[in-house]
Design a protein around this ligand. Structure first.
Ligand SMILES: CC(=O)N[C@H]1[C@@H](OP(=O)(O)OP(=O)(O)OC[C@H]2O[C@@H](n3ccc(=O)[nH]c3=O)[C@H](O)[C@@H]2O)O[C@H](CO)[C@@H](O)[C@@H]1O
Ligand SMILES: C=C(OP(=O)(O)O)C(=O)O
Length: 420
């Protein structure tokens, strides 16, 4: 397993080009299963999760061809299997996103139950409930969700008890090919939902309300391939901006969307950062030690849970005491004990991390436990007074394209140590 070796102390300076959004690219690649003709997708980030998705689509029988590093054509005209195996689902929970498309187009899908995950239990009951309302028969057999329906799914009125991003995406994709109209209430409003809806509409779907809490989907009988560009990754952008703020640097993120980051940018300004934005760029300058900021995660447009760990790192070196409260996942503080090992003054009370900023962190050998926890440890390493080793970085490779190359280009001293 690979590790990162980081020697901190340099303020990050320069420009970084942001990749396409993992959490938009994943459902959009899965949406290719709905199409009878090939779809070309650009601005696809090259990450382990994308490789897993491509493997999954290929196993189902789709033909996948990379035209360029970030451009892929998926031809799902011939699908010969409708089963997503445990081996793939356990490495990437988003594999559940094949359920809606396979069921809608072929009337049959088998997907391994994902099981628990480092950040929480993450059930999928809302996906199943919504599909059942559309007429599917669903049972669990030997650890697999087995879903069937005769003919097309039927449009339904669905109220989601909890706001779920992939739940909304799965139901939206299923409803796109259903007979009749589906209304999803209490839908997720994340920008990635809007991106998926835009892609589906370009393929011929009739979806309105994306970005609000009510989606209306008038089902159509077929969808066709298109050429679609994935939105920029707002979480990668936020991660580089926090790294710039923590190291008191100056970083311009290119190829991004400031409009998708309101809550994060406002917290960075509260922490003392100067932020200038253009149509597709954000520049952050930090001229002093950050001020600690209280953060509370909640569904979009509130502060994203995927930026929580990075802000804990900001708070542990900031001036003052702050609370960081996690309301989405019940166990998303695995970075806290690792940060304590680097000298952070942080304690957990229920779903809140209480931090009092320290003047400097010490380097240590720390272990990444999930994707964003890994990012928080890398950022901590960038300001530590002695070298840091972050182990198990396969987590970070799931969601960041060449993070060490991008950080090196900004002046960071970070190298990958190849493991066995
Ligand atoms: C691939 C992808 O896009 N992943 C994102 C997606 O994950 P994901 O879509 O898995 O997260 P959800 O939005 O579904 O989870 C939100 C909450 O709803 C609960 N829940 C969800 C589904 C369900 O059927 N029942 C249920 O109770 C979850 O346990 C969690 O407490 O949104 C999360 C919340 O913004 C992000 O952290 C992830 O990065
Ligand atoms: C939690 C995340 O991803 P996933 O839902 O794929 O685990 C994330 O992107 O931070």
């Amino acid at each position: 397993m690979d590790s990162f070796k980081i020697t901190g102390g340099q303020p990050l300076k320069g420009e970084v080009t942001i990749s396409g959004a993992k959490n938009a690219a994943l459902p959009i690649l899965m949406a290719a299963l709905l199409s009878e003709t090939p779809i070309t997708i650009t601005n696809v980030p090259r990450l382990n999760d994308i490789d897993t998705t491509v493997k999954l689509l290929s196993q189902l029988g789709a033909k996948v061809e990379w035209l360029d590093i970030n451009e892929v054509v998926i031809d799902a005209s011939q699908i010969d299997h409708c089963r997503a195996s445990y081996e793939l689902v356990k490495t990437m929970r988003a594999s559940i996103l094949v359920l809606g498309p396979l069921l809608a187009r072929f009337g049959h899908a088998e997907v391994s139950l994902p099981g628990g995950c480092a950040i929480g239990a993450r059930p999928i009951d809302l996906h199943i409930h919504g599909l059942k309302l559309m007429g599917a028969e669903i049972e669990v057999d030997n650890g697999y969700i087995v879903a069937r329906n005769q003919g097309r799914l039927t449009g339904a009125s669905i109220f989601m008890d909890t706001v779920s991003v992939t739940g909304t995406e799965n139901l939206m994709m299923a409803a796109a090919l259903a007979e009749g109209t589906t209304v999803i209430e209490n839908a997720a409003r994340e920008p990635e939902i809007v991106d998926l809806a835009n892609c589906l509409n370009a393929m011929g779907a009739k979806i309105s309300g994306a970005g609000t809490d009510t989606l209306t989907i008038a089902g159509v009988s077929r969808l066709q391939g298109e050429h679609y560009r994935v939105m920029p990754d707002r979480i990668e952008t936020g991660t580089f901006l926090v790294a710039a703020a923590v190291t008191q640097g100056q970083v311009k993120c290119l190829n991004t969307d400031p409009g998708a980051l309101d809550a994060v940018l406002s917290k960075l300004q509260e922490a003392g950062a100067e932020i200038v934005t253009g149509e597709d760029w954000i520049e952050l300058s930090m001229h002093k030690r950050p001020t600690a900021v209280n953060v509370r995660t909640a569904p979009h447009p509130a502060f994203p849970t995927d930026m929580q760990a990075q802000f804990v790192t900001l708070n542990i070196i900031a001036e003052g005491t702050a609370t960081t409260t996690e309301t989405i996942f019940e166990n998303r503080f695995m970075h806290v004990p690792e940060l304590q090992r680097m000298g952070a003054d942080v304690r957990l009370e229920g779903n809140t991390a209480i931090t009092t900023g320290v003047d400097s962190l010490q380097g240590a050998q720390v272990m990444a436990t999930d994707l964003r926890a890994s990012a928080s440890l890398v950022i901590a390493g960038l300001v530590a007074s002695s070298p840091t080793q972050v182990d198990r970085i396969y987590h970070i490779d799931r969601g960041y394209q060449h993070i060490e190359d991008k950080l090196q280009a900004l002046g960071a001293d970070i190298t990958r140590i190849k493991g066995s």
